[in-house]
Design a protein around this ligand. Structure first.
Ligand code: AP5
Ligand code: ZN
Length: 216
């Protein structure tokens, strides 16, 4: 299955992507994770991306599209994938459609995680991520047993640089302006399914998998 997850910052895309990709046995491809890995390694791509990420802005389309195109050409994505955080602009969506059409295929479904802004602000302000295994935690909603330590691997938890209040506000503005038009874009293709992304994480995973069963 070829699936895209769309939703505002903090909607729970990364959290749900892990479970849904495991359920479908497809690779999870997160552009945010790829950029963060490059930032961590200090690659030229990472140095360029960091300027935009720290400001809550999108990395330019051309850079992002080339990166995804390379990733999708890797063998593990041939039979399916879950994209988390891409596409995020209409030009990115057009590029993805073209890329897949050239491969003789297309997207099966675009799952929209629907959450209000007040809730995503609460989620982002308390988010912590594991340096070891990448597991996403929350200081209140999904707290590890010991402060700052991952239950799964014992790794250290950190707060993302772009989860500061002023950067969160900018990311939400950018989402409303540049990314929310994708709801109409994929709606017009008959591929969009919106699910309520509030409530316990496990309930949302069940809603997502039910939606895939009906549409995929
Ligand atoms: P990216 O990493 O994609 O960030 P984002 O879209 O802003 O999304 P987040 O990762 O912040 O949130 P999420 O929806 O994954 O939520 P999560 O599961 O963590 O992108 C970062 C930056 O990279 C961008 O700003 C941009 O600069 C650049 N970039 C990336 N892709 C790009 C592209 N295509 N084009 C251009 N630039 C790009 O959950 C959030 C918190 O909530 C966690 O603490 C979690 O534990 C908690 N939580 C999750 N579910 C629940 C629940 N049901 N109840 C309570 N808490 C919950
Ligand atoms: Zn861990």
């Amino acid at each position: 299955m070829r699936l895209v997850l769309v939703g505002p910052p903090g909607a729970g895309k990364g959290t749900q992507a892990e479970y849904i990709a495991a359920h479908l046995a497809v690779p999870k491809i997160s552009t945010g994770d790829i950029f963060r890995a490059n930032v961590g390694q200090g690659t030229p791509l990472g140095v360029e991306a960091k300027r935009y990420m720290d400001a809550g802005q999108l990395v330019p389309d051309e850079v992002t599209i080339n990166m995804v195109s390379d990733r999708l050409s890797e063998g593990d994505a041939t039979d399916g994938f879950l994209l988390d955080g891409f596409p995020r602009t209409v030009p990115q969506a057009n590029a993805l459609d073209k890329l897949l059409a050239d491969l003789g295929t297309g997207l099966d479904i675009v799952l929209e995680l629907v959450v209000e802004n007040e809730e995503v602000i609460r989620r982002l302000s308390g988010r912590r991520t594991c340096r070891g295994c990448g597991k996403i935690w929350h200081v209140e909603f999904d707290a590890p047993t010991h402060d700052g330590v991952c239950d799964r691997c014992g790794g250290e938890l950190f707060q993302r640089d772009d989860d500061k209040a002023e950067t969160i506000a900018e990311r939400l503005k950018v989402y409303a302006r540049d990314t929310s038009p994708l709801v109409d874009y994929y709606g017009a293709q008959g591929k969009l399914v919106g699910i309520d992304a509030t409530g316990p994480v496990e309930d949302i995973t069940v809603r997502a998998i039910d939606a895939l069963r009906s549409y995929g």
